[in-house]
Design a protein around this ligand. Structure first.
Ligand SMILES: [Ca+2]
Ligand SMILES: [Ca+2]
Ligand SMILES: [Ca+2]
Length: 346
């Protein structure tokens, strides 16, 4: 997840990291779960508003799993980390992996919890940032970005936190890992300079690193198509403010297969492909200004039928004060399958 654009949080922060559980295109089942991080701080005297939430796709059944002080965030040139951030479902939907600085506000580490918020387990114990964790498709491993070796690289560990292995060895910041559907590859973003990122891919055991995009500006936030041959990314190649657009590219050579948010005011970013391939979730800035609140949108994977799908019920009551400054990070991903734990039993 994700993210070059963070500004200072003053008294209002709206942040959502959204995970939409897989929903069959023809069946709007309501027993999937959405997990997301929200850091809405409508009152700076009440700084415990943020947290990881789960809810049903229609916004009902909202439960707050964690809470944090929304001002206790970290802003680095490559992105933002909230006190609890980047939740991602396990493949069976029973667990959520996320990053947190709950033990030390200057040190993020990887944790898992059950989808009801219980059974918290800390998986990493290293200095510095450990973030953006994602389960492998078989649930056996977790890929994440870690700066334990000096700057951010892509690492993989077993799902219990054991046997961490460094995959990328570069002087650049390597972030935003995403597993291919067969688990054999991990796409990631490399921060090559100021306002310069490109997408790379590496074998999930660390071999055969390869550059996928080589385009001026930021190409990042890769996630795979269900067949593993394409990626959706955030790209600035169309020049759309403030973050660029959602582009579909071919994994083999990085060729553009289209701007999926062409013509959409303020473009879109942080795309994520649904497991059935029919939809792409993305964020859209509410204005062309970097610090604007973000909205979650879902479109067909050909870029048509773009619709805002706000988790409105997840957010506190409308702000009593005008929104003066806001920043947001919103990185939708889709769980691989319907969670096995329902809210009724969570
Ligand atoms: Ca750490
Ligand atoms: Ca590196
Ligand atoms: Ca680039």
């Amino acid at each position: 997840m994700k993210h070059r654009f963070m500004l200072v949080i003053f008294f209002l922060v709206f942040v959502a990291l959204i995970q939409l559980a897989a929903t069959p295109a023809s069946q709007a089942t309501n027993d999937y779960l959405i997990a997301f991080t929200s850091a809405v701080d409508i009152d700076f005297l009440d700084i415990e508003r943020g947290g990881i939430f789960v809810m049903r796709p229609d916004g009902t059944g909202i439960r707050q799993l964690t809470s944090f002080q929304t001002l206790n965030y970290d802003f680095e040139p490559h992105g933002l980390n909230l006190p609890d951030d980047h939740p991602a479902f396990s493949p069976d939907g029973s667990k959520i992996v996320f990053t947190s600085n709950r033990h030390d506000r200057n040190n993020w580490d990887i944790y898992t919890m059950d989808v009801n918020g219980s059974n918290l387990v800390r998986l990493t114990f290293t200095a510095g940032l450990d973030t953006e964790p994602v389960f492998s498709p078989d649930g056996s491993h977790i890929a994440f970005a870690s700066e334990r070796s000096g700057n951010l690289d892509i690492w993989v560990m077993e799902a219990d936190g054991s046997n961490p292995i460094r995959l990328t060895i570069s002087p650049f910041e390597d972030i935003e890992p995403a597993y291919s559907p067969d688990g054999s590859q991990i796409a990631f973003s490399r921060v090559l300079g100021n306002h310069e990122k490109d997408v790379f891919v590496i074998g999930s055991s660390g071999s055969n690193e390869r550059r996928v995009t080589d385009v001026a500006g930021e190409d990042h936030d890769p996630t795979f198509s269900p067949d593993g041959t394409q990626l959706v990314i955030t790209s600035e190649r169309a020049g759309t403010n403030p973050f660029g657009d959602v582009f579909k590219i071919r994994l083999s050579d990085g060729a553009s297969l289209g701007n999926l948010t062409s013509g959409l005011n303020n473009g879109g970013g942080d795309p994520a492909w649904s497991p059935d391939g029919s939809k792409v979730a993305f964020f859209r800035s509410s204005t062309a200004i970097l610090a604007s609140p973000q909205q979650l949108w879902v479109m067909s994977s050909n870029g048509s039928n773009r619709q805002r799908t706000e988790p409105a019920a997840a957010l506190p009551a409308p702000p009593a004060k005008p929104l003066t400054r806001a920043t947001c990070q919103l990185s939708p991903t889709w769980a691989a399958q319907k969670p096995t734990t329902s809210l009724a039993t969570a």
